[in-house]
Write a protein that binds this ligand. Structure first.
Ligand code: FMN
Length: 215
């Protein structure tokens, strides 16, 4: 059964552009047939805890377990469930709004949980079970961050996601970006609405096409 893990992280309950677009992708994925399953994790309503012990960044084989500490074992079980959820997915979809030039802290907490050296990324051997699987990032930003803009080098949201998913996990990463989302709510930016609407339409079309072709 081809499974998609859809992660949303917008702080917005209604009107989130990234959540709307991950929805477009998930619908197109399901439309491929009954076997196409979607597991949804919304970090706004169901945030994951921060990693409670630094040792959990390493696989059980690589770390020294603290002697019989219950809080450590509990944190390890929580982490293993999140890793298992990720490993059970054939494809990963992440809605990643930009907040203060970075990814949402809830999404960073999820990344800290599932990036485990020797388990999801390599140690001295190439232990990367996600290698070759698809990851799609839907990046939304209020203003413009493209090349030649003042914000060109201020995107600290997508580069770390590419690094972890692409280089550390070995996934095939596609990024779909929509800028100028604030043009619909900030009067001073209203002149950007047509460009935003065009971007959003193009993003939806690209995501639907990706959902029908990957996995
Ligand atoms: C706390 C916060 C910080 C933000 N920081 C930025 C920023 O650094 N750069 C930017 O372009 N937009 C910023 N925005 C605007 C969001 O990126 C924009 O509203 C985006 O559409 C949010 O994604 P969503 O529509 O999926 O909820 C910020 C919004 C919030 C709430």
């Amino acid at each position: 059964m081809p499974r998609l893990l859809r992660i949303d992280s917008s702080y917005e309950a209604d009107g989130s552009v990234s959540r709307d677009l991950t929805g477009v992708f998930a619908d197109a994925w399901r439309s491929r047939g009954e076997a196409y399953d979607v597991v949804e994790r919304d970090l706004r309503t169901d945030p994951v805890p921060h990693l409670a012990h630094a040792g959990l960044h390493w696989s059980p084989a690589l770390r020294e377990e603290p002697a019989e500490e219950e809080s450590y074992r509990e944190a390890a079980r929580t982490q293993q469930a999140l890793v298992d959820e990720l490993l059970s997915a054939d494809a990963l979809l992440i809605g990643a709004p930009m907040y203060n030039y970075a990814m949402p802290s809830t999404l960073k907490a999820w990344i800290d949980q599932v990036h485990v050296r020797g388990l999801t990324s390599a140690d001295d051997r190439d232990t990367r079970p996600l290698r070759g699987r698809s990851a799609v990032i839907v990046a939304t930003r209020g203003t413009v961050h493209g090349s030649g803009t003042v914000n060109e080098h201020r995107d600290h949201a997508v580069p770390p996601l590419r690094l972890i998913l692409g280089e550390e996990f070995g996934m095939e990463v596609a990024v779909v970006t929509v800028d100028r989302t604030l043009s619909t709510s900030v009067a001073a930016l209203s002149h950007e609405r047509p460009a935003f609407a065009a971007d959003r339409r193009a993003a939806a079309a690209r995501l639907a096409a990706l959902a029908r072709s990957i996995g």
